[in-house]
Design a protein around this ligand. Structure first.
Ligand SMILES: [Fe+2]
Length: 614
């Protein structure tokens, strides 16, 4: 490919396995493997994502100059040895880690297999980037900031849970870290499991539940994780299993599985853990609120220290804990930082970008390119091809009581959809390139009217069986943010929760959480012109410059292809499906959009119970 430099970034053999491609420093493609394999949080080698990245850029295996993976089993070796000598961890935990390190070591072979070539056909240089360095790079190097404090907080990666420093231009400097076995992410995981949520990535459920409780157990939890001087913290290891027995982990294909992380001692202090099928009580809600409060206390303690060490008033946050949008939304009030940046895939998937950028900016010493504009880095589909696919499916669509048409232009499309939304329709909205990261941001989204108090029931009945305590999020025109929220600014990736203005809350009950907040996406014309146009049309119709935006899926990863979107539409009771300029409408029209009484109450109850005990 001539003089252009192609760098493949990977998050492999870990949850949210992913790949990205940098060509001359420009991020041309990025996607999580789960979207292709249709298994949430898929862990293993991201073969499908790699194949797609290369195809998207029109590259072959031998066009790759560098491959960077966001783990380095040789990092922090001395600390690992010292820990092993001191504490003699369980032999199974050591075996799990060794197996994982061997997988990472075999990435060359896995890449050749993914690309269906002989290993010698891959002439790229392979690089292993320490996990938190990749997290830090993944945030700062795509941020709009020229200089900023940088902080990475997660469970563990390469034996470290927390790392901080600063970024200037294309340089990243590390100041300090917190190593195994102390981890804020592990604290949150333990409480998540204690509360009966055992699936990988369930921490967001505790965050949602926290708003319904009172932080009455803070004192108990302050003994489980304690502040130390210098912004540091430590776990009371008696309450956890990772430092003694280890936590069993499976990362080598399929959904990641984590064993239990808390000990009997935690139950002795907090009372018996909640079983997954037990109802959720006020005690559980209070514990969730307390865990969130203690998490925030320690995070802000850390960030205050970082702001003392690094005299910038901007911070880039990354690592799994940067998905805690409730805490993120309070950073500017609770610390000296004035601006926060969190990239759309702040967790481990994002490490693929960080690893690739470490090679471009540091390894090759090249300057930074444009900051990330929007999260739209995934697969896209030709509108005429979609039309042909829908035509072929027209008998199936007709059988399902649907009619198909093509919009005249964007203006007509947005006016029509806005009017249907205002009439109560639930709309599947599939446009352009798929989002990078776990949030649907207006290209693979299900949308509805934020003024409706019954949105949760309607969405639960029609599409999602989700827990009653989980809020739905608004996508709001960037220029209207200050009129509806108590803060003003950019929050383009739904990474922060902000208070809704008290006087506005009753106008938008669907997206105002029980505590008066909303996890907003600010939508600018530059980032997503069509989505901006649609919300503008909805504002013209209703006076409300936002829509409810939830991910386009039904208990599965977010849809990637038009075929998956059509499937999801037909499986559920969505009213309208829009793919590009094509509109599939279920008839009769939205008068039937509302759940039909008398089975409404019963169904709602069933959905709620199922959700809460999932
Ligand atoms: Fe991580």
């Amino acid at each position: 490919m001539g003089s252009r430099t192609a760098i493949l970034g990977l998050n492999a053999y870990h949850g949210d396995s992913s790949a990205c491609l940098l060509v001359d420093g420009e991020l041309v493609a990025a996607a999580e493997e789960e979207r292709f394999l249709r298994v949430k949080h898929w862990a293993g080698f991201p073969a499908e994502a790699v194949r797609w990245c290369l195809a998207e850029a029109g590259l072959e295996a031998d066009d790759l100059d560098h491959v960077a993976i966001n783990r380095d089993p040789s990092a922090h070796l001395m600390q690992k040895v010292l820990f092993a000598l001191r504490r003699r961890p369980d032999v199974r935990a050591v075996a799990d880690r060794l197996k994982n390190a061997l997988c990472i070591g075999g990435a060359e072979q896995a890449l050749a297999e993914a690309l269906d070539v002989e290993p010698r056909a891959v002439r790229a240089h392979f690089h292993r980037i320490e996990h938190h360095r990749a997290h830090l790079a993944s945030s700062f190097l795509v941020s709009p900031f020229e200089e900023a404090a940088i902080v990475s907080v997660d469970g563990f990666g390469d034996f470290v849970s927390t790392m901080w420093g600063y970024g200037q231009g294309s340089r990243i400097s590390i100041l300090d870290k917190v190593s195994f076995p102390h981890s804020l992410g592990l604290f949150y995981l333990a409480i998540t499991q204690y509360l009966g949520f055992h699936r990988y990535g369930d921490e967001y459920k505790v965050m949602g539940l926290a708003s319904y409780g009172e932080p009455t157990r803070v004192r108990d939890l302050q003994s489980v994780v304690r502040k130390l001087p210098g912004g540091r913290f430590e776990l009371d290891l008696d309450c956890f299993l990772h430092a003694s027995e280890g936590i069993s982990m499976a990362w080598d294909g399929g959904a990641p599985v984590l064993g239990l992380s808390y000990s009997k001692e935690l139950e002795r202090r907090l009372g018996p853990a909640r079983a997954p099928d037990e109802p959720i009580t006020d005690e559980h809600r209070d514990l969730a609120a307390s865990a969130q409060a203690v998490y925030e206390e320690i995070l802000f303690h850390l960030l205050e220290q970082v702001s003392r060490e690094v005299h910038f008033d901007r911070v880039c946050l990354s690592g799994g804990c940067a998905m805690n949008s409730v805490a993120n939304g309070k950073i500017t009030e609770r610390t000296r930082f004035r601006e926060v940046w969190v990239q759309p895939a702040a967790g481990d998937a994002g490490g693929a970008i960080g690893a690739a950028l470490c090679i471009w900016n540091q390894g090759l010493g090249r300057p930074r390119t444009q900051p990330l504009q929007g999260a739209y880095l995934g697969p896209r589909f030709d509108d005429d091809d979609v039309g042909r696919e829908l035509e072929e499916l027209s008998p199936v669509l007709a059988d399902a009581g649907c009619r198909l048409r093509r919009a005249v232009d964007d203006e007509e499309l947005c006016r029509t959809v806005a009017s249907k939304l205002a009439d109560g329709a639930v709309v599947g909205w599939f446009q352009g390139r798929m989002e990078w990261g776990p949030r649907a941001l207006g290209n693979r989204s299900i949308l509805c009217d934020p003024r409706r108090a019954d949105v949760r029931d309607v969405l639960n009945l029609k599409i999602k069986r989700r827990e009653s305590f989980r809020p739905f999020a608004p996508s709001i025109l960037r220029e209207a943010v200050g009129e509806w929220f108590e803060k003003d600014g950019d929050a383009p990736f739904m990474a922060e929760v902000w208070p809704v203005r008290a006087e506005r809350r009753s106008e938008i009950p669907a997206v105002t959480h029980v505590d008066g907040t909303g996890r907003l996406q600010t939508v600018s014309r530059e980032d997503n012109p069509l989505f901006h146009r649609l919300i503008s049309a909805f504002r013209d119709e209703t006076g409300v410059p936002m829509v409810v935006n939830t991910s386009f899926n039904e208990s599965e990863p977010i849809v990637c292809t038009p075929g998956q979107a059509i499937d999801c539409f037909l499986r559920t009771r969505m009213d309208l499906l829009v793919i590009g300029s094509h509109v599939v409408e279920r008839v009769p029209e939205p008068a039937a959009a509302l759940p039909v009484e008398p089975d409404r109450d019963r169904s709602t109850q069933r959905a709620t119970v199922r959700g809460e005990t999932a």
